[in-house]
Design a protein around this ligand. Sequence first.
Ligand code: PMP
Length: 330
Amino acid sequence: MRYARTVADLVGNTPLVRLNHVTDGIRATILAKIEYFNPGGSSKDRIAANIIDAAERDGLLRPGGTIVEPTSGNTGVGLALVAQQRGYRCVFVVPDKVAEDKRAVLRAYGAEVVVAPTAVEPDDPRSYYSVSDRLVAEIPGAFKPNQYDNPHGPRSHYESTGPEIWRDTDGRVTHFVAGVGTGGTITGTGRFLKEASHGAVRIVGADPEGSIYTGGPVHSYFVEGVGEDFWPKAYDPSVVDELHRVGDAESFAMTRRLAQEEGLLVGGSSGMAVVAALRAARDLDEGAVVVVLLPDHGRGYLSKVFDDGWMHAHGFETGPTPTDDAGSDA
Ligand code: PMP
């Protein structure tokens, strides 16, 4: 019989699929790594087990303990999956821009959800970072994974995401593209691929307009899970060779194209990463193999990126809408 011992054992080994339609005019092969095949639906499942294992080993998390974390949703799902299997309670602090659908998912896994405002400074007592710090201080036996600074985040990608890409491309990958949130994905995966290829693989980051990584004025934006307003320790900028700044409108337009043309229902940060991948691939020839990581599923964004009303209300174009108007003579 072939079966997994627990659902947490199904994390990783996500597939690569070639993009065929959004790649018009591109000669390089563009391969998308589909992270929604992870059991919690995102790349963040990878870091959860690693971080919890380490916390148990270091005595930071004991039986009956509580995991408290500021998270835009995906890390919460990964942590909740693992915590549930091991009997820990979870309290997650989410920014208010995170869709209600995503908060409902966290509650469905049995976690408690606290909502904090996005439009305040990180050191403001109302910010989602401050609120989580206060909860950690107040709840006995609380452990805060702190994905922004936790070295086990990038390490999980060094140990899984990177080797999977190297193995599945037979070492032919020439470029790796990922959005930068905590920076864990690009740092860990990029470091592995650089080492495996003796520095030949080029590492390309994508950053939302308004985030700190590409400079320029820091302001709020709508794409979720990527960009920061401070420098996390999980991000090592020395691994990144090139960084593209992508606006919400372009990210969302590409996200919708991925669903309509490639059959890939993914989140806005995936659209953003693909925009960066296509920019990086513009002048590459047929021999180049560009792997772009698509972090999560689009189902959590049905009321946003995939909702015409929401898009128009926020000033985003939705393109020509297919009409089902059969005419009055039907
Ligand atoms: N996209 C989404 C939807 C995410 O939740 C995250 C994680 N915050 C990322 C991209 C970026 O990954 P990382 O934190 O590893 O940089």
